[in-house]
Design a protein around this ligand. Structure first.
Ligand code: ADP
Length: 344
């Protein structure tokens, strides 16, 4: 296990700046995710940590020691690439044992370790299979086993589920987390999928345009976004004019709002249902404002930590509300005129 520190790291590809002044710490044993849109610098950061690239400026420390110029083979890191990069001419066991062979470990010992690592990822029964006889999800687990077999101090996962379908990705998220926790290896995970990042990680760093814009626990990132970019990238954030304060907007996630057929003391505004999407466990309503809020008492109290000073959108933006499919939520139809309140 290891602690990784990145200090004021920058990187330029030719004339293209890819990373600017990235400073972050990946704590010993944690699963730290870099989350951000395509092109924001996630893979470049991972390549710098792995030693495949050398920073234009800044430095990298592993367990407090300067590792900026250390070649990849001396960093003891296991890497899982997006396309897995498994060796098609070797079977599953041989793939997993590959790194151990490179370390000069004798055949019997490396087969024992490879078999144990396959057990860890739940694939010991497929040890003799060819790679092309495996499903995408199984190949992904072989790639993880191959990276883990040499007992790396750090595991680097570069969008390892990008090529899998949605259902498989959800089940493999839990599997990756289980494996990572049972080994306790410090892990850097890269994704552009906010659900994946929030459900897997101890810590998430949100990146945008080559910079880290916020680092925190999934809860901190989602509940207390540092700015509009983080708020929007991690989910929908509504922006509702606050009648109790001039030029102030109330920011609220869809699941913190409720639609009611009659006005209540907590109503924020009157709206019309302009679209709805039934999702089984809930219905997502998109509503448009009709009139200013009838009630002045609730909005200030409801602001709390959801307040962000900069407006996200115009006052007339549609509002998204999530109504769970249970009797405590009223359900509505297109064109209904209803009221929005904050759930407290
Ligand atoms: P992400 O992983 O978040 O999609 P990358 O780290 O791959 O982002 O890329 C960051 C920036 O660097 C982007 O603008 C991308 O176009 C650029 N870039 C990445 N790889 C190269 C390369 N080999 N040559 C030139 N520019 C590159």
């Amino acid at each position: 296990m290891a602690t990784i520190e990145l200090h004021h790291l920058s990187f330029v590809y030719g004339n293209t700046p890819a990373l600017s002044d990235v400073t972050l710490t990946i704590a010993d044993g944690e699963l730290h995710t870099l989350l951000g849109p395509s092109g924001c610098g996630k893979t470049t950061t991972l390549r710098l940590v792995a030693g495949f690239l050398t920073p234009s400026s800044g430095d990298i420390r592993i367990d407090g020691k300067d590792a900026t110029a250390l070649p990849p083979e001396r960093r003891a890191m296991g890497v899982v690439f997006q396309n897995y990069a498994l060796f098609p001419s070797m079977n599953v066991l041989q793939n997993v044992a590959y790194g151990l062979r490179m370390q000069g470990i004798k055949k019997r010992q490396r087969e024992k370790i490879a078999q144990e690592t396959l057990e860890l990822v739940g694939l010991s029964h497929l040890a003799n299979r060819n790679i092309d006889e495996l499903s995408g999800g199984q190949q992904q687990r072989v790639a993880i086993a191959r990276a883990l077999a040499p007992s790396p101090s750090v595991l680097l996962l570069d969008e390892p589920m990008a090529n899998l379908d949605e259902e498989l990705r959800v089940s493999l998220r839990a599997e990756i987390r289980r494996i990572q926790q049972s080994v306790g290896v410090t892990t850097l995970f890269i994704t552009h999928d906010q659900q994946e990042a929030l459900s897997l990680s101890d810590t998430v760093s949100i990146m945008n345009e080559g910079r880290v814009v916020q680092t925190g626990t999934p809860h901190e990132i989602y509940e207390h976004p540092a700015n509009d970019f983080v708020a929007e990238f991690t989910g929908t954030m509504n922006c509702i004019p606050d009648s109790t304060a001039t030029d102030s907007l109330l920011h609220a996630r869809p699941e913190t709002l409720r639609l009611t057929s009659a006005a209540t003391p907590r109503s924020l505004c009157k709206v019309e249902v302009s679209a709805l999407r039934y999702r089984g466990f809930a219905t997502e309503y998109v509503v448009s404002r009709l009139a200013p809020t009838p009630d002045p008492t609730s909005a200030t109290a409801a602001l709390g930590s959801a307040t962000i000073t900069t407006p996200l959108e115009s006052e007339n933006s549609p509002i998204t509300v999530l109504a769970l499919s249970n009797p405590s939520y009223e359900q509505f139809s297109l064109g209904d005129q209803v009221f929005v309140e904050l759930i407290q």
